[in-house]
Design a protein around this ligand. Structure first.
Ligand code: SF4
Length: 329
């Protein structure tokens, strides 16, 4: 089975078993992880209520609290006008935080002041990374990727998901902390071949940047930096999800799920008889392509049906405005 179709089926099956949220293809420290599950924490619902989008990490890490408004340049990490790019980044983060309702802005004396619309919640308890490899006979640089994940320890657990029969020789090739699950993409079921061991996410880690014959390039990463990266990953996963957003403009594509969850909204090509990757496989170069409007596919609605994520939560600003209106009566 193709990696893309396998990965979508894995995500559909993981989501069915999860009470958190899942995302595909997330950049982490020095590599892109196939799938990430965010395990909910005590204030998960507060995060759901805040905004559907990822909150910029600069805004979360800023000196802006929910109380008194502060001049944005003093509050967000925008050190000086000489560091132009840092200021631009901070400005974009402030604009985005205001746009999605995490910050409220007001103008005083020609300056913009911001404050948090609500306290940032303690909303996730863990991160699990999944590396998908349908065929272990074609592993590519899988063993190196898994060594990188274990060495850095950004995720509480790292799990290899495969469609292959797993032998002892395979297991010996991968770090012993990595869980190994066998996945049946037709039935959507997992068989745990080896349990994952928890990684030391609260301790410093070593990023393996590259391996050369006789030499490994590494970079130490502090526990504080890891915590920052984990927050960033959780936020991006919350905002992104895993379903492809765009469908090909082709008569042959339907919005449906794999056989074990047919009512989902994924790009299924009737001509190929499987899920397809629109960016790689579709277009006028495809022999089966028949121009047509893309199918109606409400991806956000599917995400709402299957997860706690909400596309249009009330948000702290609207909630406060509603309370104020109520109080005026
Ligand atoms: S472009 Fe080709 S692969 Fe894509 S949906 Fe159409 S027939 Fe299928």
């Amino acid at each position: 089975m193709r990696e893309y179709a396998f990965e979508l089926a894995v995500c559909a099956a993981l989501e069915a078993d999860s009470d958190g949220v899942l995302a595909r293809q997330l950049g982490t420290h020095a590599r892109v992880v196939d799938a990430v599950e965010v395990v909910p924490g005590p204030e998960f619902q507060d995060r759901v209520d805040l905004t559907a989008a990822a909150i910029p990490s600069l805004a979360i890490e800023s000196e802006v609290g929910p109380g008194r408004a502060r001049y944005w340049k003093d509050a967000v990490d925008a050190p000086s006008d000489r560091a132009r790019r840092a200021v631009d980044r901070a400005r974009r983060a402030v604009d985005r935080a205001v746009e999605i309702g995490f910050f409220e802005a007001e103008r005083r004396g020609g300056r913009e002041y911001v404050r948090q619309a609500a306290r940032y919640p303690d909303w996730f308890d863990g991160l699990r990374a999944f590396e998908n490899k349908p065929d272990l006979g074609r592993p590519g640089d899988l063993a190196l990727q898994l060594r990188k994940d274990v060495s850095l320890g950004l995720f509480d657990e790292v799990i290899l998901v495969t469609g292959s029969y797993v032998t002892g020789a395979h297991l010996n090739r991968f770090p012993e902390e990595v869980g190994v699950w066998r996945f049946d993409p037709e039935g959507g079921s997992f068989e745990v071949v080896r349990e994952a061991s928890p990684l030391a996410v609260d301790e410093p880690g070593i990023a393996l940047l590259d391996e050369h014959p006789g030499r490994v390039d590494v970079e130490p990463v502090t526990a504080v930096e890891k915590a920052r990266l984990r927050l960033r990953i959780a936020e991006r996963a919350y905002g992104k999800g895993w379903r492809p957003e765009t469908f090909p403009a082709c008569e042959r594509v339907e919005a449906r799920g794999p056989d074990f969850r047919p009512d989902d909204t994924l790009p299924f090509c009737a001509w190929k008889g499987r899920l397809v990757d629109p960016a790689r496989e579709c277009g006028s170069d495809c022999a089966g392509h028949e121009p047509a409007d893309p199918p109606d596919a409400d991806v956000a609605r599917q995400r709402e049906r299957h997860t706690p994520w909400r596309r249009d939560p009330e948000g702290a600003i609207r909630r406060q405005a509603a309370l104020d209106r109520f109080g005026d009566r």
